[in-house]
Structure formats: structure tokens, C-alpha cells
Design a protein around this ligand. Structure first.
Ligand code: BGC
Length: 751
């Protein structure tokens, strides 16, 4: 039985339950202290030594305890949550009290502390904007602060493992989970996701980067084979993991549901043993996704270290009773079990989870609401503003607000990462009510936030369902703001990039009735905009989180600059995509099929569009500001094989704003997967007339190709164009640099 079926079953049993904040059952709160007999508890020793010492003291059963996890929510009648786990949580692994090794309390995920949909009671917490939105800030500092905030809520909710850090690239804009991830470029995704992981782990808890690897669509995710040549994989999706892991040291990696080149990711020796542990030098543990384990000794010998929620989701307790039998028969060696237990234990020491045990504590939701709001404000991307409609004129007397429940709240994405909002949902009774729902609007109304700013104006709401009625209201108003949304979720893809529920018709009708029409989009990722030429302004607000309404209002009114930039290409048409038709059939979830990623190889997103010469609707890196910027003085230099770029950015407009200068590199001789790659970026705030000099060092792998024979990276000698500008398609300043031939190891940490 797959996760959807099980969660649906559990949810069916809980309908009608009331929502209250969850409290933990008994938790260990005091760190065990070191004695001569338990030297591993000495915090002065390093994590490796401590893990070695602890594992030596463990019995075989104790080691086995650490590698087998339980689901933290009920799925009756199949499964009942075990004692010790936190209600409504993703997972739980027993500890070894005799040795001072704590339990592992696991929670999803990237936007905050989630509650499993099957829970009877909801844990109400602060939600960040979606991962895609945070990436759209191009501001790693905000990602760090957001990570630190949700990590603190996890800690104060009693969790010491946060299943956060989704870095799957957007190969498929229809992927229902794109909202959880970091966009389409390996450097941008890695930088932003790494900053979040660092923030989470600053709370002395474990963060789990996921889903390793090539889990780039939801349709058929349990069965599909993502096929790609190893070289392209290393230069795209795996590079995103590699760079993110080097920058943030996540203590755990979650292997994905899908197969990669026919072999399940959680039993894929090449992915786990060769690439992750040997080449990337990963010292933490590999945990499985929930229901992603299909074998015992095969998975264990391929590098899987911990089975998550085994009893609830997998066919067998592969890393439980099956592993015990495999140890007895010799199918798995004692040394391998030691390695698994050592990796888990090391993570608990290295993160601080042993020395600083988690403890339920109060949460400052007001302070945390400001952190998520700052993130949302910088995430919002101004896509079009050519009739001077934004910032909103102070003189507007009558404003029509139409659609997307903007009178009460903002939309959030669905599935296991769902955070339940503090103060309850803005809307009840939306479909789907059960897995992968419920559909949740956070109670942060853009309309109320605007009303507070325009006390004298008449602001009227229309639900937008009847395009003609919405147009009538728009015609009678000074301006119209149409909110349009698209719920996306784990476990389902969207089958069309058009907005659902006839919203395109509503926007077109409103735009025809009032030339002063502004569209605000709350979507998981790119959508098509057949009405684009008819409207005056378009604002991409993604899923903006707990304080989203306030953030949208502040950008619309110009209290803050519009400073988000697209982390993903918006296509004009699905015909431009590597796979115009999404592979798989949701009605046949058990039928294996292949997804051919050799079509684009490493040319993901804008690289594909550049290679094919496609004109996107909006390009990667794009976004307008309320001011204007000039770029100049581009200088490049090469020292010891490392490329450094410096340049000036000037605010040439009349108000303070934030620029995101981007540097792209192209070899003159070609030879890459696509014409150019993002090599560096920096977000800078500038007062009108002010300039700053930015200097960036380019990671050598971003000017290399993977050389399979040499098992490393290789820079080809020659001239390279370095281009600077405001997006991947607005590169105004260029320079040329000559690089020497160079061979680099697979990673600075390769064993
Ligand atoms: C998701 C993971 C999540 C896990 C635990 C799975 O269905 O793919 O991202 O962490 O469930 O809830």
C-alpha cells in the first residue's frame, strides 16, 4: 500500500477532530554526562571519536535500534503510533538510554514544523514562504534566518531531526513539489538550501537534505526510473547536492522514492556508496524516504543507513528483523552495521543533539512572524509593471480585490511539508480535505493589509468565480487587483501550467473592463499567462507563508522594493520543454516507466532554453525593481586556477532598492551542456545614486566539465566570456578571461 492510500485511510478516520496545539509526551531533557565508563559523552572529544567509542560499547541490538525508524502518527488499522514518538510527527527512532544516546524525533520540513495530515490534533507553527519563494530572494542571509527560526520552533516543539533541505532541481515545471525546492540552477539552489540547512542546524539539531536524487516529478514517484548519464547527473542534480552539502554539512541525507537508471535510489550503490559517501566524503547517515525501501541486504550494502517509518510504509522491516537475519547469515557484515550505527551516532554528537537535548519550550510567534515576512517580501517577483500601476497610487479611492480568497488569507502548498497556521485556517472545508490535503490558506489577508493602508478608500472583494460579475466590479473601480492561485502538492503533479478554476477567464474579463488591472499570483512555480498583454502589472508572490498578506501589501504599496528574481524559467508554452508531455499515468501508479533525462542532460531550465534558442515568457534571474540599476567595471582575473570577478552596481533611480547582479560564464569554444552557466550572484541594497563594488569567486566546478575517465573535474584551456547583468537574458556587460587547462578532484573532501 502506498503512502497516499495509507494517509487517506488514516485521515478518513480523523475527520471531525478538533484542532489544538500538540504537546509532547515525556522527553529526555538533561544531557547525560561523561564518566570514565562513558567517555563518548565528553563534549571535548570530536564527533568521530565519540561515535567510535559509543559504537564499541553497543550490543548488536542497540546498534539495530538506531537504524530502524517508526512513523510518528497513527495510521489505524494498519499502524499505531508507538510510545515515545511525538503525536502527528513524521518519525521516531528509539534511543539507547543506557549509553546516553537520545531518541530521534523527526519532523517535516522546509517551511516549518509540519503536522502529519493524519494527526487528530494540529501543531500550529510559523510557516516560511515556500522553498521556491525563499530561493527567489537570492538572499542566503534570509534563508539562514528562516532556517534558524524554523529550527528553533522544531527544537522548542521537541524535535531534534528536521527533514528539511529539498534541493531537487526543476526539470519539470509541472512537478507538484517544485514549491519545496530551490529552483532550476545548481549554484543558486545549493547556496539557498545550504543557508537554510545551516540555520536549522544552528539549533543543535540534524537537518536532512533531500530527495537524493533525481526525484523531479511526483507522478509515478514510487516506481519511475529517472534515466540519465552519470556525467550529466554529476553536472546538474548531483552538483546541487554536492555544493549544498559542502556549504552546510547536513548530518543526514534522505534517499528518494524513485529509481535512478533502473535501480531504486535507496539501494543504489553508485548514488549512495560511490557518489555520496566516497566522492562527496559524506560522514552522516542516509535515511530512507517514507516507504522508499525495497530490500534488506541490497539496500544496506548499497549504503542505506536508516529505514524511516519502516513498519508503517515499507513492505518489510528491512533494517529491523530482516537486517538481524542478514547479519546472522553474513549477507550483511558486522562492520557494515557498525558503520551504520556510527554514522547515526556521529550525527547526534556532531549536531549537538546529545549535548544539548531538545526540550518543549514556548515559541515567540510574533518575532517569528517578522522573520517569515522579511523572507516573503524579498521573495515577491515583479514580473510586469509597464503602465506605472505599481507602487499603488495613494490616490486610489475605489479598489476591487478579486479572487484567491484574498479577503481572508494566502495559499500554502500541500503534502507532508504542510505547516498548520497559528490562529487556525483562514478557510474550512476545501477539497481535497484528506491526503495530500487539506488545502490550507494562512490567515494573513492581503486585502485587510491593504485596507489598513488605505483607510479612506473603498476596497471591495469579489470571489472571482463569475468572470462577468468580477469584470463589472472592476469597471466600477479605480483599479482592480486580481489574485489568482494554483494549489500544488506532494504526490501529484499539475497536468497543465494554466491556472486552474477558470481564473484565466476571470483575469481576461477584468483586464478588458479596467486597464488598471494588476495580477498577483500565488503558485508553486511557473504558470502560463495568456492574458499577459492585457494587464498592467503582474506580481509573483508564490506561497508566501504565515505573513504573506502583509508582505504582498508592502510590495504593492512600495513600502519595500520589489526585489525577488525568478529561480526558474517561465515557459511560453509546454512545447518548449524537454518533455512537452509529462511522463507517467496517475491512474496506473504501479506500472513502472522511464523518464528520459538524457534529453536535456545537464541543460536544465534556462540552459535548455538557451541551447534550443527558445524565448521564455520570463527568463531565469528576471525580476523588476521600483528603481533602476547600472552595471559597470567588470573585471576578471585568474589566480591558481580560480576565476574571480568584480564589478560595480549603481542605483540609477530615485529610491532605495535591491539589485541582484548575476554573472554567467560561457566557453568561447563551446563544449558545455549549454551556452552558459550561472557562476555567481549577490543581492545588494543601494540608496539612490549609490554604488558598490562586488567581488565574486567562481567555484571551479562551474567552469569545468565532469571527466569520467579521470573521475574528476576538468577545465578546458581557452577563452571564456563572462557576462554581467540583471537576468539570464539581460546581460549588459561582458569581458573575456583566459583559463588554463586544469584537472580537479571530484570534491575537496573526496576520500
Ligand atoms: C516525503 C518526504 C517527507 C516524508 C516524511 C515523504 O512522503 O517524500 O519529503 O520528509 O514523507 O513525512
Amino acid at each position: 500500500m502506498n503512502r497516499q492510500t495509507l494517509q487517506g485511510l488514516a485521515l478518513a478516520l480523523m475527520i471531525g477532530a478538533s484542532a489544538t496545539a500538540l504537546n509532547a509526551s515525556a522527553q529526555t531533557t538533561a544531557p547525560a554526562s561523561a564518566t570514565a565508563a562513558q567517555p563518548w559523552l565528553d563534549p571535548k572529544l570530536d564527533a568521530d571519536t565519540r561515535a567510535d567509542l559509543a559504537v564499541k560499547a553497543m550490543t548488536q541490538d542497540e546498534k539495530l535500534t538506531l537504524v530502524f525508524g517508526y512513523f510518528g502518527a497513527d495510521m489505524k488499522p494498519k499502524y499505531t503510533r508507538i510510545e515515545g514518538s511525538l503525536p502527528g510527527s513524521a518519525g521516531y527512532v528509539k534511543g539507547i538510554p543506557r549509553l546516553g544516546i537520545p531518541e530521534q524525533w523527526e519532523t517535516d520540513a522546509g517551511i516549518g514544523v509540519a503536522t502529519q495530515g493524519s494527526a487528530k490534533e494540529f501543531r500550529e507553527r510559523t510557516a516560511l514562504p515556500s522553498g521556491m519563494a525563499t530561493t527567489a530572494t537570492w538572499n542566503p542571509e534570509l534563508a539562514y534566518k528562516g532556517g534558524a527560526m524554523i529550527g528553533s520552533e522544531a527544537r522548542n516543539s521537541g524535535f531534534n531531526v528536521m527533514l528539511a533541505g529539498g534541493v531537487n532541481l526543476v526539470r519539470e515545471p509541472r512537478n507538484g513539489r517544485n514549491f519545496e525546492y530551490g529552483g532550476e540552477d545548481p549554484l543558486l539552489a545549493a547556496t539557498m538550501v545550504a543557508a537554510q540547512i545551516k540555520g536549522i542546524q544552528s539549533n543543535n539539531i540534524v537537518s536532512t537534505i533531500k530527495h537524493y536524487a533525481l526525484n523531479n516529478q511526483e507522478t509515478g514517484r514510487f516506481i519511475l526510473s529517472a534515466n540519465i548519464d552519470q556525467t550529466s547527473a554529476r553536472m546538474s542534480d548531483l552538483l546541487a547536492f554536492q555544493l549544498a552539502m559542502e556549504q552546510s554539512d547536513p548530518h543526514s541525507v534522505m534517499c528518494a522514492y524513485n529509481r535512478v537508471n533502473s535501480v531504486y535510489a535507496c539501494e543504489n550503490d553508485w548514488l549512495l556508496n560511490t557518489v555520496l559517501k566516497q566522492d562527496f566524503g559524506f560522514k552522516g547517515y542516509v535515511m530512507s524516504d517514507w516507504g522508499a525501501v525495497h530490500s534488506g541486504s541490497k539496500a544496506v550494502n548499497a549504503g542505506l543507513d536508516q529505514q524511516s517509518a519502516g513498519e508503517a510504509f515499507d513492505k518489510q522491516n528491512f533494517l529491523g528483523s530482516v537486517l538481524k537475519a542478514d547479519l546472522a547469515s553474513g549477507a550483511v557484515s558486522g562492520a557494515r552495521l557498525d558503520d551504520m550505527a556510527r554514522r547515526v551516532t556521529r550525527a547526534l554528537f556532531a549536531s549537538g543533539a546529545v549535548d544539548k537535548p531538545v526540550k518543549i519550550a514556548p515559541i515567540d510567534f510574533t518575532a517569528n512572524g517578522k522573520i517569515t515576512q522579511a523572507d516573503a517580501e524579498e521573495a515577491i517577483v515583479l514580473l510586469k509593471n509597464d503602465r506605472g500601476l505599481l507602487p499603488l497610487a495613494k490616490t486610489a479611492r475605489t479598489i476591487a480585490i478579486i479572487g484567491a480568497h484574498a479577503d481572508v488569507g494566502v495559499l500554502s502548498g500541500g503534502g507532508s511539508s504542510q505547516v498548520y497556521p497559528v490562529g487556525g485556517r483562514a478557510m474550512q472545508g476545501l477539497e481535497p480535505a484528506t491526503w495530500p490535503g487539506p488545502v490550507i490558506y494562512y490567515p494573513s489577508s492581503p486585502m485587510k493589509a491593504l485596507q489598513a493602508r488605505y483607510p479612506g478608500a473603498k476596497i471591495t472583494f469579489h470571489d472571482g468565480k463569475d468572470p462577468a460579475a468580477a469584470a463589472k466590479l472592476a469597471a466600477a473601480s479605480d483599479l482592480a487587483i486580481v489574485f489568482a492561485d494554483q494549489w500544488t502538492t506532494e504526490s501529484e503533479d499539475v497536468w497543465t501550467l494554466n491556472l486552474p478554476k477558470n481564473q484565466d477567464a476571470t483575469i481576461a474579463a477584468v483586464a478588458a473592463a479596467n486597464t488598471k488591472t494588476i495580477v498577483v499570483l500565488e503558485t508553486g512555480g511557473p504558470v502560463l499567462m495568456p492574458w499577459l498583454n492585457e494587464v498592467g502589472a503582474v506580481v509573483q508572490a508564490w506561497f508566501p507563508g504565515t505573513s504573506g498578506g502583509e508582505a504582498i501589501a508592502r510590495v504593492l504599496t512600495g513600502e519595500v522594493d520589489a526585489s525577488g528574481r525568478l529561480p526558474v524559467t517561465f515557459p511560453k508554452d509546454v512545447a518548449q520543454l524537454p518533455r512537452p508531455k509529462l511522463d507517467g499515468d496517475p491512474k496506473a501508479p504501479e506500472t513502472p516507466f522511464d523518464v528520459d533525462y538524457t534529453i536535456e542532460g545537464a541543460a536544465v531550465g534556462y540552459k535548455w532554453f538557451d541551447k534550443k534558442g527558445h524565448e521564455p515568457l520570463f527568463p531565469f534571474g528576471y525580476g523588476l525593481s521600483y528603481t533602476s540599476f547600472g552595471y559597470s567595471d567588470l573585471k576578471t582575473s585568474e589566480a591558481n586556477g580560480v576565476l574571480t570577478v568584480s564589478f560595480s552596481v549603481t542605483n540609477t533611480g530615485t529610491r532605495t532598492g535591491k539589485a541582484v547582479p548575476q554573472v554567467y560564464v560561457s566557453p568561447k569554444a563551446g563544449g558545455w551542456e549549454a551556452p552558459k552557466r550561472l557562476a555567481g550572484f549577490k543581492k545588494v541594497e543601494l540608496a539612490p545614486g549609490a554604488s558598490t563594488v562586488v567581488s565574486l569567486t567562481v567555484d571551479p566546478r562551474l567552469v569545468s566539465v565532469w571527466d569520467d575517465k579521470a573521475h574528476g573535474w576538468s577545465i578546458a584551456a581557452g577563452d571564456y566570456d563572462v557576462a554581467l547583468g540583471a537576468s539570464s537574458r539581460a546581460l549588459s556587460v561582458t569581458s573575456t578571461v583566459t583559463l588554463k587547462a586544469q584537472a580537479l578532484p571530484v570534491s575537496p573532501r573526496a576520500r
